[in-house]
Design a binder for this molecule. Structure first.
Ligand SMILES: Cc1cc2nc3c(=O)[nH]c(=O)nc-3n(C[C@H](O)[C@H](O)[C@H](O)COP(=O)(O)O)c2cc1C
Length: 168
């Protein structure tokens, strides 16, 4: 069985809640769930699959937890790691920066050698721009607990199914 970590930063609890739902949906007792910190980041290369969760704050910025850990990622090698990302944001109020932090983390993990899995279609969202969009899709699962909370559970279910072949 592959070693799987779910690692998140959350300022009001929305990303934490989504992380717990994703871990439950994967449905294995040995999924390790962490709130990110520099120390946690340093342990992530031990895992074969890392599921990375972030909200976006400011105008397109990382939340505090990932901002603290971001520098540490630069010293790490993720060339043996499959990384799947999920991001929470508010597409209506912050539609110019919707889930930007997921795009920022995508860039950093790719630059450290990770294979990113779990791209997600951008249909069903209304936003002006997003750093998390590549070739018409999101680089990971986009969630919006502010405006579309009723869609979260089903989006998580479908997304976990889409990455399940990589989970071993
Ligand atoms: C001051 C403030 C700034 C925000 N900036 C953004 C943003 O730039 N882009 C975005 O998509 N969402 C933005 N949001 C929305 C949050 O990302 C969203 O509420 C998210 O669910 C919070 O998750 P958390 O509780 O896990 O931190 C912002 C919210 C607040 C209150």
């Amino acid at each position: 069985m592959k070693k799987i970590a779910v690692v998140w930063a959350s300022q009001t609890g929305n990303t934490k809640e989504a992380a717990e739902m994703i871990a439950a949906e994967i449905g294995r007792s040995e999924v390790d769930l962490f709130e990110v910190s520099r120390e946690v980041a340093l342990r992530l290369p031990e895992y074969e699959v890392v599921i990375v969760g972030t909200s976006t704050w400011g105008m397109g910025e990382l939340p505090y937890g990932w901002a603290d850990a971001f520098g540490a990622l630069n010293d790490l090698d993720f060339s043996g790691t499959a990384v799947a990302l999920f991001g929470l944001g508010d597409q209506f109020v912050y539609g110019e920066w919707y889930v930007d932090a997921m795009g920022i983390l995508y860039g950093r993990f790719v630059s450290r050698g990770a294979t990113v899995i779990g791209a997600w279609p951008s249909e069903g969202y209304e936003f002006a721009s997003s750093k998390a969009q590549r070739d018409g899709s999101f680089v990971g699962l986009a969630l919006d607990a502010d405006n579309q909370p009723d869609l979260t559970r089903e989006r998580i279910r479908r997304w976990v199914e889409s990455i399940r072949p990589h989970l071993g």
